[in-house]
Write a protein that binds this ligand. Structure first.
Ligand SMILES: [Zn+2]
Length: 385
């Protein structure tokens, strides 16, 4: 059978090394076959005209609970599929459904649902595996995580979560003695070891990095803050090169200047945009559920009844537009923080996160003001505005 070939022509093309003012992306059997000016010349293929538009790698969201009325904790294929379909409309081509601090059986039901969707992918963005947020966190930094289920790590509790081989990241508090052995365990199974919901001191984070911690959950939010005599979790995350730093650029969780600060200190190679979105993202204001808790969505913010921020309504395309506005960074750098850097942070950059020969053809086509025009997953168009 002849190869299925598609060329995206005429657009400004964002690659890790260069932004071409006008170039072509040649796709063959779901993979990127070539990128650059003139690479599709004379090749018989279907053509997508991207004149006047930007061609970028599809967005990768490594920390997202839900969207469009669905939550990872629903624990069903339907929920993950509903998220996948919505994300495609926002330029997201892969994501890590993210769990909450709840009973082990409930976490496991979600891990299983994600696994099933990885085996038999739904239409839209592809789930890459699970981000476990908790349950081994610090009660003092629980945020919207239900306190009654916060616990210390034990192999008996967490071994099951890793049994399907699809945990990409686990957020925990490394300053708690019992949680330390989890670091080597998670890393040996290919998961990022993520400091978050934590009161760790600068020194405790530095120690944890030596043991394998390599990533931080929503930098600044629910972690020990920066003080000039106690740099805290935040100081360590900002300064230690071994840590990838997630941040929520919705303009609510962080002041725009703080987003700029994170990006300046970490650089686009280590700072990554996440949404931390919940089921109310992409939905009207109202009351939604977050792992069994009532949350109120109002004017772009999500809060528990006591006012605690409880995830966001952000979408990753909006995050990229906000980063451009908050930081004034170049296009390629803004895109990188929502694509290649998150892909690297969870160890999937060999096939995801950039427009390079041999990688999956996960592509977003954007207007010059970064609105999503079309989304392609594994070489197939899954969304057109
Ligand atoms: Zn979260």
């Amino acid at each position: 059978m002849a190869a299925v070939r598609t060329a995206i022509k005429g657009g400004k093309v964002v690659t890790p090394t260069e932004v071409f003012e006008q170039a072509e992306v040649l796709i063959e059997d779901g993979k990127i076959a070539a990128v650059g000016p003139g690479v599709a010349a004379g090749v018989r293929c279907e053509v997508i005209d991207a004149s006047g538009l930007i061609v970028a790698p599809g967005y990768v969201d490594v920390h997202v609970h839900g969207s469009a009325g669905h939550d990872t904790m629903d624990g069903t294929r339907e929920a993950i599929a509903g998220m996948a379909k919505f994300f495609a409309t926002r330029g997201v081509t892969s994501f890590c459904p993210t769990t909450l601090t709840v009973r082990a059986e409930a976490i496991m039901a979600s891990v299983q649902a994600v696994y099933d969707c990885q085996q038999d992918p739904p239409e839209g963005a592809r789930p890459l595996g699970v981000h476990l947020e908790g349950p081994y966190i610090d009660k003092g930094k629980k945020g919207a995580q239900p306190e009654q289920h916060v616990r210390t790590a034990s192999v008996g509790d967490y071994k099951g979560f890793f049994s399907l081989g699809n945990i990409r990241a686990i957020t925990f508090a490394p300053e708690i003695e019992e949680n330390r052995e989890l670091i080597a365990f998670a890393r040996s199974r290919g998961a990022a070891a993520v400091v978050g919901h934590s009161s760790a001191s600068y020194e405790q984070v530095a120690e944890a990095v030596k043991l394998g911690v390599n990533h931080a959950t929503h930098t600044f939010n629910q972690m020990e803050g920066l003080h000039h005599r106690k740099p805290g979790t935040v100081g360590a995350v900002l300064l230690l090169d071994g840590i990838y730093a997630e941040f929520i650029a919705d303009g609510v969780h962080l002041h725009p200047a703080i987003v700029d600060m994170i990006v300046r200190l970490k650089g686009p190679d280590k700072a990554l945009a996440i949404t931390d979105a919940i089921s109310g993202a992409g939905m009207p204001d109202g009351v939604y559920d977050l792992g069994g808790q009532k949350v109120l969505v109002k004017e772009g913010a999500v809060r528990l009844e006591d006012g605690t921020l409880a995830g966001s309504c952000l979408t990753l395309d909006q995050a990229v537009r906000n980063i451009a506005k908050f930081t004034g960074r170049r296009l390629g750098e803004c895109i990188q923080m929502a694509t290649l850097t998150p892909a690297r942070s969870i160890g999937v950059a060999d096939h995801k996160g950039s427009l390079e020969r041999g990688k999956d053809a996960d592509i977003v086509i954007l207007t010059p003001d970064l609105q999503v025009k079309a989304t392609m997953v594994m070489g197939k168009v899954v969304y057109r505005a």
